[in-house]
Design a protein around this ligand. Structure first.
Ligand code: URA
Length: 199
């Protein structure tokens, strides 16, 4: 595992033959390496595969906008995925693919040592909690898990794309992010606000 990782970046990996075929590049996490909040999505979609960064399509816009609503900014947080290569036709990653990529996610969690993890949707919630999750009813709840022996707090959230299909999920999504910001002790003083505070 270590020989494929440079810092928090996976530089080469061929463990999942179908994903090696479908990806155009490996999509690593983005954001400060000492962020207090780590968002964990499912896996890259077409836009992410093209641009090499998680959550840059429509879901990413929802995430960015909602971060601002709760007093945070994309540049304040770290964002990653359970799998780093785009599954064909945007299917869910298989159990094996999730397991193949798990070590990279665990290494990222360990090195970042965030105050809180936020799972974006059912797949990352079930992957990290190791149980089935009814994400619509459980969104906003906080659980403690162990990752490599260390306790980690997890806020469960709906996937940002859920708000695009069902407007009533906007509030659910915002509340989960508010909970994460509170747990991370964010003061609502994002870097934009800090810059503006100077004037
Ligand atoms: N959905 C995800 O789960 N991850 C991304 O990076 C983009 C969309």
């Amino acid at each position: 595992m270590d020989e494929e990782l440079e810092g928090l970046e996976v530089t080469a990996c061929e463990r999942c033959p179908k994903l090696v075929d479908s990806r155009s590049q490996i999509v690593n996490g983005t954001g400060p390496e000492d962020a207090d909040i780590l968002f964990v999505g499912e896996g890259p979609g077409a836009n992410e595969d093209e641009q090499g960064e998680p959550f840059v399509g429509r879901s990413g816009s929802v995430l960015d906008d909602t971060l601002l609503v709760v007093g945070l900014e994309r540049e304040d947080v770290r964002i990653t995925n359970c799998v780093r290569c785009r599954p064909p036709e945007n299917r869910d990653p298989t159990k094996t693919e999730l397991e193949n990529c798990r070590g990279y996610l665990e290494a990222e969690i360990e090195r970042l040592d965030p105050d809180v993890l936020v799972t974006l949707g059912k797949v990352p919630s079930e992957h990290l909690l190791g149980r089935s999750v009814g994400i619509t009813s459980e969104a906003g709840s906080v659980e403690e898990i162990r990752v490599n022996g260390s306790p980690r707090r997890v806020v469960l959230s709906v996937h940002p794309a859920a708000t695009l299909y069902d407007r009533s999920q906007e509030e659910t999504f915002k509340e989960a992010l508010e909970t994460a910001a509170d747990l991370a002790g964010a003061d609502g003083n994002s870097s934009t606000q800090r810059r503006l505070d100077g004037f």
